[in-house]
Design a protein around this ligand. Structure first.
Ligand code: ADP
Ligand code: TRP
Length: 326
């Protein structure tokens, strides 16, 4: 039986928040429950991608360890599946150069990320322009079969498949299998201001923030003015949406029932949400999160997976060199 290789990347551009938890981290943890004899899961911190914004160049260095520590503290099974940092594998950048030789500039000019930057009067860097090639190399480097991403990344995945085909065609080889996108249709979690919860809007409920801050943020969640007695529609209630995002079905169903029945105020709902947060983000996980952020601890813990993934990428780079007759 051939083992399916599933790969996804998380950028390190700020503190992770409840939207990331529901939309990216929980799905990754779900995939990682797979039996490694059937499916291998590769997750990496896409720190080089964070350098596409010239004004925030210092972010990836600041947040890289937090992303890895967060996944590990929440139970990513690094003994069964793979976790690594993109910048620990320099061959990926060698691949970027080789792959670039088969890609026309016009294709990148049509990329949404680049067009958005131009439309918003930002001055795109070469790194931003090349972003889809780097992302394609992340995927092709490990010859991934399936890539779970949000819908906003679908064009990048289409480009990756096109780039793989162009390189195969140009070199008359089967160097790359063509990866498939697995488009995830997770609901977008709103922030307290009604916009998408996002670190760019400063409207997040941060993961692993100090508990006083979390409590304050929960208390500050906006609600309507319905009295405690009145029945309430869960789908209109942000506290309920945050409860859903935490992923515990029992507590979510309980809150939905209580809201619909009435005699359950927003204060009660917030107290239940606070409890549910503490049940997921336990003191043990807080302690692990703090410990795992240390360079020495992470380097030790990720040494074996890094060796595994690097040897795969070295082999792929070798295939590219051979295909190009280098
Ligand atoms: P941000 O908007 O804070 O910069 P990213 O764009 O880095 O977040 O998102 C990283 C991952 O988290 C993506 O897979 C994205 O789909 C998911 N994600 C981010 N914000 C939300 C949200 N508000 N609701 C659901 N998923 C989200
Ligand atoms: N571009 C993705 C994002 O912004 C992160 C990412 C980088 C990625 N390389 C990847 C995702 C490769 C999947 C596969 O969310």
């Amino acid at each position: 039986m051939t083992i399916q290789r599933i790969l996804t990347g998380i950028q390190a551009t700020g503190e992770l928040h409840l939207g990331n938890y529901a939309g990216a981290i929980l799905p990754i943890l779900e995939f990682a429950k797979a039996n490694p004899d059937e499916q291998e899961v590769f997750v990496f911190c896409a720190d080089w991608h964070g350098l596409t914004n010239k004004d925030k160049f210092e972010k990836p260095g600041l947040y890289r360890n937090k992303v890895l520590a967060c996944l590990l503290a929440l139970g990513y099974p690094v003994d069964k599946h793979v976790l690594y940092t993109q910048s620990s594998i320099p061959e990926i950048l060698e691949m970027v150069w080789y792959l670039s030789s088969s890609i026309h500039v016009g294709i990148l000019e049509r990329n949404v990320t680049y067009k958005d930057a131009l439309q918003n009067n930002k001055l795109p860097t070469v790194a931003l322009f090349n972003y889809p090639i780097l992302m394609a190399c992340d995927i092709l480097a490990v010859k991934a079969n399936m890539v779970p991403v949000g819908k906003d990344q679908s064009q990048h995945l289409e480009l990756c498949a096109d780039f793989a085909k162009s390189f195969n065609h140009m070199t008359q080889t089967e160097c790359f299998p063509i990866p498939k996108a697995y488009l995830q249709d997770n609901p977008v979690l709103p922030g307290n201001d009604g916009r998408k919860m996002s670190k760019s809007y400063g409207n997040t409920l941060e993961l692993f923030a100090d508990l006083k801050t979390v409590q304050k943020q929960i208390k500050a969640i906006k609600t309507d003015s319905k009295s405690r007695e009145e029945p309430k529609d869960p789908s209109d209630c942000l506290v309920y949406q945050y409860m859903q995002a935490l992923g515990n079905q029992e507590s979510t169903a309980y809150m939905a029932d209580k809201l619909r029945q009435g005699n359950y105020g927003y204060g009660d709902a917030k107290a239940d949400l606070w409890q549910a947060y503490n049940a997921v983000f336990t003191p043990e996980k807080y302690a692990l999160y703090a410990e795992l952020q240390q360079d020495s601890v992470l380097t030790d813990m990720l040494a074996e997976p890094l060796e595994k993934v690097r040897s795969i990428v070295v082999e792929t780079t070798q295939h590219m060199r051979q295909a190009l007759k280098f």
